[in-house]
Write a protein that binds this ligand. Structure first.
Ligand SMILES: [Mn+2]
Length: 346
């Protein structure tokens, strides 16, 4: 398969740190890949200095943020019959990834798995909530931080763009996270709905495995306890994702310990020189707790954050058990009283 055209998009000036690091890591590990960097801002950064293969596109698109994904993929596929690879700007490579992608032929849509702990994973709930006929159930949560597509996927991408323009979806995007239903959280939920539907169930899916292929650094345990133990004193997964609204380079005081100890910070170290000195503070540990945990872990990228990951996993599982018990209680009381209301649509 030919090299993919990489697409990176960022419209937030405060997050160009991630873009620079991703470009530098691509230059090191995938030096022959062409890159289209879409930055609809008037920032004057010389992106070529981080990666000679980058073509900068400053045009504004109709959508912004992650909702731009299908539109810019369709654009690139219409120009040329080559595979196109979307990479979130909060990704970083720690090794070459062409071998990972070449495991899947061009009929496959390649995406990443969500971290294990996310609530309500799987496509079925999303497919049904969007009123699409179910064609298959994809059990693992789907994360669209990496997406490799080809022209075979154009009808899917057109349908995805339509769902991302749906007023119900757009309205939900304006609400806080905890008020959005699982099928309207972000761009990847309508995509999972479509891939699980009978319209697109025949598209073979190549999922990059969380923990092995990609470290999903989401909260404390997105890069899980098991994955951290498996990578102890070994190289990190080849793709590192600084997943979530707060990024390791967002300098806030006090910083969360897990952000200080994010494997992303380790993976960023070799590329520190692409950042101006004022943007490098976050690359140093600052809190006594982070320094202590790092010392105990002998400076290992996977192990330094093990204690916070373990803590978060325990708390999450305890919360799940409590919800299970209280739901069972609620079901008992509903069963013993006359039904007065219709169940809501999912
Ligand atoms: Mn991301």
């Amino acid at each position: 398969m030919s090299h993919p055209l990489v697409i990176i998009y960022e419209d937030r000036l405060s997050d160009l740190v991630g873009v620079k690091l991703l470009l530098a890591s691509l230059a090191r590990f995938e030096p022959s890949w062409r890159i289209r960097l879409i930055v609809p801002t008037d920032v004057q950064t010389e992106f070529h200095s981080f990666n000679a293969n980058v073509a900068v596109d400053r045009r504004k698109r109709h959508s912004t943020g992650w909702n731009v994904k299908p539109a810019v993929l369709i654009e690139a596929l219409s120009e040329n019959d080559h595979p196109v690879l979307w990479l979130d700007s909060d990704l970083l490579l720690s090794a070459p990834i062409h071998g990972l992608l070449e495991k899947f032929d061009s009929a496959h849509l390649v995406a990443a798995e969500e971290p294990l702990g996310v609530r309500n994973p799987g496509s079925q709930l999303r497919t049904l909530a969007w009123d699409l006929g179910s064609g298959r159930h994809i059990e693992r949560g789907l994360n669209s931080c990496v997406l490799r597509v080809s022209r075979a996927h154009l009808p899917l991408l057109v349908a995805w763009a339509a769902l991302l323009a749906d007023p119900v979806y757009l309205q939900a995007q304006g609400r806080p996270w905890n008020e959005r239903p699982p099928w309207l959280m972000g761009d990847q939920d309508p995509l999972a709905a479509l891939l699980g539907s009978n319209l697109f169930a025949s598209i073979p899916l190549g999922l990059l495995s969380q923990g092995n292929d990609i470290a999903q650094c989401f909260n404390e345990d997105g890069f899980s306890v098991a994955a951290r133990l498996a990578h102890a004193f070994r190289p990190l997964p080849p793709i590192i994702h600084a997943q979530g609204a707060v990024k390791p380079w967002h300098v806030r005081s006090p910083r969360s310990v897990h952000l200080e100890l994010s494997p992303y910070r380790w993976a960023a170290q070799p590329f520190a020189s692409v950042l101006p000195p004022a943007d490098r503070d976050w690359l140093n540990l600052s809190s006594p707790v982070a320094k202590l945990l790092n010392t105990f872990a002998l400076g290992d990228a996977a192990l330094a954050g093990l204690a916070p990951a373990l803590w978060r996993t325990l708390v999450r599982n305890a919360g799940r058990a409590v919800r299970l018990v209280s739901n069972t209680g609620a079901q008992h009381s509903v069963a013993s009283s006359p039904r007065t209301t219709e169940g809501s649509r999912l």
